[in-house]
Design a protein around this ligand. Structure first.
Ligand SMILES: [Zn+2]
Ligand SMILES: [Zn+2]
Length: 372
């Protein structure tokens, strides 16, 4: 049995510190490229064998340690014979490890699932608060209705592919260092469909699919966050050979609203009072997601105070209730005053006592409640 003497880490393009996961992913990637059923390169089979051997050694902690310490000689000394596996088993191992049929060796003709489509929709924060339905246009490849997806001009029918007898796959027996093995691959004549179209459909040129403009009413749930995706199952591109359609993923962008800052399900806003309003108390308009509401601020309202409007925040996505709105009070101090105003303020100051600015003991606690 031939043994490669090339460095296993080098073969997988990894450093010696590579994790098990790194090894697995590197092998997975290379195997997809180099598998003899997939690759056209003349040395693909040889390289695949080397890479598979490297993976076999490095994916096992015992043999990896042996190799790390003593190299190829260590493996031989430990009685390890590389390459003592076959491609058939390898495919099974892949299914078990990675949950997919890496080389399409399942035996049956693969009915490829259609590709997914990505779309983006932009909405305002207030729309995110109440939920909204948007009509989203996109291009999708659909089954051709003229030929019902089989690619043959109506009135004609596809013939059974003579190369594969309709099975869509061809078998090839080859010899390798492992001995004889059977390779199954997609039939090159019919591309795996098992049928050959002799008179292509004029609408789709025989592909069985065509591009159509579609619109989709997408319901965006209340409480959605910026960047979240909505998956619409089965509305993506049509599958090949009758395979199921892909999905549409709609990414939702929620525009920032200059009036509010969103933090999870809570929102923050500010209200501006002037010193007289803050000192004497006032009714002020406060913006909420549902529009302005009037709030009463008592005499002596301080800058930095926070008014919590329970249940005025964003709805909880797929849940119950809503977050809160926290309104931060900003008190505007005059920047420009007339002589008369100056006199009045000086007069005011003259009449002030320590009672005028008596500390509110709970001020700091109130401030802290902004950050909860
Ligand atoms: Zn057609
Ligand atoms: Zn065929």
């Amino acid at each position: 049995m031939a043994t490669t003497e090339r460095d296993y880490y080098e073969l997988l393009g990894l450093s010696r510190r590579a994790s098990d996961q790194d090894i697995k992913s590197a092998f997975r990637k290379l195997a997809r490229e180099l598998h003899p059923d997939v690759s056209e390169a003349p040395d693909a089979e040889e390289r695949f064998r080397e890479v598979a051997e490297a993976y076999q050694v490095l994916s096992n902690s015992e043999t990896r340690e042996l190799y790390d310490r003593y190299g190829h000689a260590g493996l031989k000394g430990g009685g390890f014979t590389p390459g003592s596996f076959d491609f058939g088993n390898l495919s099974d191992i892949f299914s078990a490890f990675f949950g997919d049929d890496l080389f399409g060796m399942g035996g049956r003709t693969r009915r490829a699932r259609g590709a997914d489509i990505a779309a983006v929709v932009e909405i305002e924060l207030a729309e995110a608060a109440r939920g909204v339905t948007r009509d989203i246009p996109f291009q999708v490849s659909v089954t051709c209705d003229r030929c019902n997806g089989n690619g043959a001009e109506p009135g004609t029918s596809p013939i059974t592919c003579p190369a594969c007898g309709g099975g869509g796959r061809v078998q090839q027996v080859s010899r390798s260092v492992f001995g004889e093995f059977v390779r199954t691959s997609s039939c090159p004549q019919c591309g795996g469909s098992g049928n050959l179209v002799t008179t292509p459909c004029t609408e789709c040129d025989g592909s069985g699919r065509k591009v159509a403009a579609r619109r989709l009413d997408v319901t965006i749930p209340a409480g959605i966050h910026d960047g979240q995706q909505i998956r619409i199952s089965g509305e993506g591109h049509a599958g090949q050979l009758g395979g199921r359609s892909g999905d549409v993923y709609v990414r939702v962008r929620v525009h920032p609203d200059p009036r509010f800052v969103r933090d999870g399900d809570d929102i923050f806003s500010t209200v501006h009072l002037n010193i007289v309003e803050a000192a004497l108390g006032t009714q002020a308009n406060v913006e909420t997601l549902e529009g302005p509401i009037e709030i009463e601020f008592p005499p002596g309202t301080q800058p930095g105070e926070v008014r919590v409007l329970r249940g005025r925040g964003m709805p909880v996505l797929n849940g119950f209730g809503r977050g809160d709105q926290r309104v931060l009070v900003n008190v505007s101090v005059p920047r420009q005053i007339s002589d008369e105003q100056r006199q009045l303020l000086e007069e005011f100051e003259r009449l002030s006592t320590h009672e005028t600015y008596k500390k509110d003991e709970s001020f700091f606690d109130k401030l802290k409640s902004v950050f909860r």
